[in-house]
Ligand binder design. Sequence first.
Ligand code: BGC
Length: 745
Amino acid sequence: MTRLTRQQKTSLVVGDSYWTTAAVPGIPSITMSDGPHGLRYQPNHGDNLGLGGSEPATCYPPAVGLASSWNRSLIERVAQAIGEEAVEQGVNLVLGPGVNIKRSPLCGRNFEYISEDPFVSGELGAAWVRGVQSRGVGASLKHFAANNQETARMTVSAEVDDRTLREIYLPAFERIVKREKPETVMCSYNRINGVAAAENHWLLTDLLRDEWGFEGVVLSDWGAVDGAVAALAAGLDLEMPGPQKDSRSALLAALDSGDLDEDVLDLSVERMRRLVRRLRSGTVGVDALPVSDSSPHLDVVERHGLAREAAAESIVLLRNEGSVLPLTPGSSVAVIGEFARTPRFQGAGSSQVTPTRVDAALPAFEEIADVTFAPGYRLDEHVDQQLLHEAVDAARSADAAVLFVGLPPMEESEGFDRDHLNLPADQIALIKAVAAVNPRTVVVLTNGGVVTLEPWHDSVASIVEAWLLGQAGGPAVADVVFGVVAPSGRLTESIPFRLQDTPSYLNFPGENNVVRYGEGVFVGYRYYETVDVPVRYPFGHGLGYTTFEFSDLVASGSSASVRVTNTGSRSGSHVVQLYVGPAASPVSRPVRELRGFEKVMLEPGASMVVTFELDDRAFAYWDTLTDGWLVHGGSYAIEIGHNAHDIALTATVHKRGPAPRKLTLESSVTDLLEHPVTGPVLSFAMRRAGGADELGANVFDMVATVPIRRLMRFPGVGEQMRMLPLLLAVANNPVIRTIAGWFRR
Ligand code: BGC
């Protein structure tokens, strides 16, 4: 192996250009490109705001759409195709997937993220990594971590308690790192509890490498590094973009002064050497399990076809009163809305792809129905009454009106957040006017972040949530509207009635460069379901053109199975969702959390049994007293739902808890009362001391949280409890603790 000079080593850990690393003797350069819903390869220039254009590549639905498919194998196929395009364009590393949690619907970059739920984010993000890496191309899991807003994203400190980090903001990263071994992880711009992600030793080394076993390279988000020396020492291997002469000089100076140990640099150099070797030899992903299949490579036309298939499966049918959908081919349809002619198919910023072609909905509708088109509104939000009148006229005489509305491009993007959830006022006026003349009005929504459906929701027959669907989204909408494809998307985020109902409402996007995650683990449906706040459409919701029923739920503490039957008259797909409701525990927990899902396709009348494995994590919470996962003993509900609110079947399973904690004089009265050894004795003693029975309950409540040592200081009490040290010694005996654990429920 060639020995490198300090100069060469430092040049290897700082990018060489916008998208490449430096070549040094024995270690060639590698090339990167954004993802995640297609390639944004810029061979001769670079920018990270999506301004400068890029080589044409297939533009698949952004994550907001693709994730709504809840289809792991579809996502894996899309990612394989992206990997193939990367190989063709000479790209070694694709910068995705983005698995940050949608903490607030206002986050300007929600279109790039998967879900408000960490389990879905982890499962679907894993499928993406598996797909890309199966083609010998590396993935870059981003943005690590707690990057849940765009406001002040480079400076804001996300103040998140340990339990919330572990249960909500980290599990998607953890699952993907452990299972799929992404070649790289990209650290985020923000600070976490005061420390910049790029300089966060706990995050990049203690957690990511030592605890989760990550062996790849950590690279910075573009421009996330302030101090190159501190970043390297924290576990960051590669600062991007380059060249950063200052960073290289700072590293060299720190080596000279002894502020930076050369071993630390050597470690990152070795990781870079390994990464480059793997990326250039195509051995990426081979040690990830399961290794993906070798399905055939696609050409440009087939990729467009895959983009259309993916788009159709991304669509979520929210409402379909009177089964207005599917429309009959050949019927007269008023197609209204500029978006039908000028589609908005992806979000703005670094993920923008230059598509190989773009198919709008209007020509696809014209092929299949007798169409009258009216633009209805202008995309620059300039109100035009004339356009509204023409649209109403078109709607009046048609069998059905299909109205394309949504967020104009300037309303959401990487780099800033929204401050409301509304559609433009002129579009709302248009919906109401069209619905007033045509009872068979279908609204098709184009939006990257959730919009409120109030106050027009009840006035229209059907609502099709078409998100941002990539380059083939137009015909995909026609496929669903005319029933060529049955809608099968499900929401990966709740649609609230009002912004004020959202759990982060009072704490988003923070102030003075600090954002407090005050809602804790109660994010999305975890909040709505626990606090009983109604939403317009719950997490997991989505209709099809047929109906499904569940039966025969059988559950244990480690698995569950349920039968799902297509009870309607058309074939269709359903997402079977498994939630776990917690046992009573010492910490407050969401009433249910998603712990499994399977998408199944069934012919009318057909049924199948779906099985889920449930490991201990499905029942656990993060215990801050022991800094570990804890399954509290007790009864858990295993729930099978159509969505997070509509639970069809419930079974109860029992889990054994761990051995009780060691008791000390600092333990509380409750700790002692709950312990199987000390509990009966103390309770007997307290009843006796409390005298009359009728006072008993109150006394227990009044002293419940008092530490024993304090209690014993009260006159007379210490006397009565003089046997306590002996009792504690018995209770803390290891054999007795283990046996006691078996009896704890
Ligand atoms: C984004 C990253 C992206 C990078 C390179 C940054 O602004 O946050 O997601 O990969 O630019 O374009």
